[in-house]
Design a binder for this molecule. Structure first.
Ligand SMILES: Cc1ncc(COP(=O)(O)O)c(C=O)c1O
Length: 388
């Protein structure tokens, strides 16, 4: 009888029904129903046309071959330059490994540092995608609440959850789902505390270029000792390039070596012309990235303006990202029942907060992935639903 590994079996276990409303909404929309999909974090913008045009030319130019395991030199150089400019500290291509998306990067990093049963401390509400990585590895996940309404990180609370089996702390700034930003002093304190305890600190910064009221401060800017630091970023969100699958890791040599060996075994290189497109995007993107950032900011502002006019709903004003967390405790028993009602009565798909962790029980997450007209329609529907 053939069989599957423990890892594979762990991935068959239902973790939560976080995507249930979304899945039903997608089905109904594909049948032609008038559904507003505000559940996923996939940018509604097309990849800027000059990037696609450049890549088509690269394909025709023969850039369709194997690529080095750690990534194309030009892309690694471009990322090192980005970090050097962002931090004022020198970064080099040999501190960068390219992956097909931040998800693959996260998976590879945790494969390199955790054995089954090893501990990782993660604040919640957390990005849903982390769960699959932890399930695959069989990690012992310890959560620390990011307490509402400000969703602030308490560094001491994180360190209090460190146990003898803990190998890593994972933070996400700017955060999904909340749109919170962890202050530089806290990142510094966390980096020092993790180093003292000889554990890794992984920082997921995929929303770093979509900030509104205050700039993102990278973990790399907040500490000078990178021996236990791993930063993950990518182009999915900032450049509307989610389907291109481009992500990367920045770390010191021992981690880079481990990741390169794993990338070689598992991937044997990331698509060459896609990496060319990423290099081109990083060199020519300033206007596109800023235009998209401004549109997300306008959507955020419009969403809070409308929410201010709806009795019973309150919200956390996101400082970054492409989501807004709405507190529905004034009108529903919890986020799950409200999310269900929104789909059934208003044709709007959101994600119930409990999917991100118990702290967000009374919230629903709404994506800012529709323009003004779409959001206007969504809030009109919500208003009407709550008046009946
Ligand atoms: C916080 C966070 N990290 C990582 C990812 C995955 O990004 P990628 O598309 O690069 O795999 C997402 C996507 O939603 C995210 O929100």
């Amino acid at each position: 009888m053939t069989s599957f590994s423990r890892m594979s079996s762990r991935l068959t276990m239902p973790t939560s029904d976080v995507w249930r409303v979304h899945a039903e909404a997608v089905k109904r929309k594909s049948r032609g129903e008038d559904i507003l999909l505000l559940s996923v974090g996939d940018p509604d913008f097309d990849t800027p046309r000059h990037i696609s045009d450049y890549v088509i030319a690269q394909i025709q130019d023969g850039r369709t071959h194997y690529s080095p395991a750690a990534g194309e030199q030009e892309l690694r150089d471009a990322i090192a330059k980005l970090e050097t400019e962002g931090t004022g500290k020198p970064f080099h291509a040999d501190q960068v490994v390219i992956f097909p998306g931040a998800t693959a990067a996260l998976y590879a990093v945790f494969e390199c540092i955790l054995n089954e049963g090893d501990g990782v401390v993660v604040p919640e509400p957390m990005y849903v995608g982390y769960q699959g990585v932890f399930d695959a590895i069989g990690a012992d996940v310890q959560h620390v609440p990011l307490a509402p309404p400000a969703f602030d990180l308490d560094v001491q609370a994180v360190m209090d959850r460190v146990e003898p089996n803990t190998k890593a702390v994972l933070v996400n700034t700017p955060g999904n789902p909340c749109g919170n930003i962890i202050e530089s002093e806290k990142l510094t304190a966390l980096a020092n505390a993790c180093r003292e305890r000889e554990i890794w600190l992984i920082c997921d910064e995929v929303y770093s270029l979509i900030t509104f009221d205050e700039p993102h401060v990278s973990m790399l800017k907040s500490t000078d000792d990178f021996s236990n630091i791993v930063v993950i970023d990518g182009l999915s969100k900032s450049h509307a390039m989610s389907g291109w699958r481009v992500g990367w890791v920045i770390a010191e040599a021992p981690m880079i070596d481990a990741l390169t060996r794993l990338a070689s075994a598992a991937l044997f290189g990331v698509c060459q012309f896609v990496q060319d497109g990423a290099t081109f995007a990083l060199a020519n993107d300033a206007r596109d990235v800023e235009a998209m950032r401004l549109r997300y900011e306008a959507r955020r502002n419009y969403a809070i303006e409308r929410l201010d006019g709806i009795p019973g709903l309150s919200y956390y004003k996101p400082k970054a990202g492409m989501f807004i967390m709405i507190d529905v405790s004034g009108v529903a028993n919890d986020g799950a029942s409200f999310s269900e009602r929104l789909l059934q009565e208003a044709g709007i798909s959101t994600v119930a907060g409990n999917g991100f962790g118990p702290t967000a029980l009374n919230y629903v997450r709404m994506s800012l992935t529709l323009g003004r007209a779409g959001l206007n329609d969504a809030f009109d529907r919500i208003e009407k639903m709550l008046q009946t």
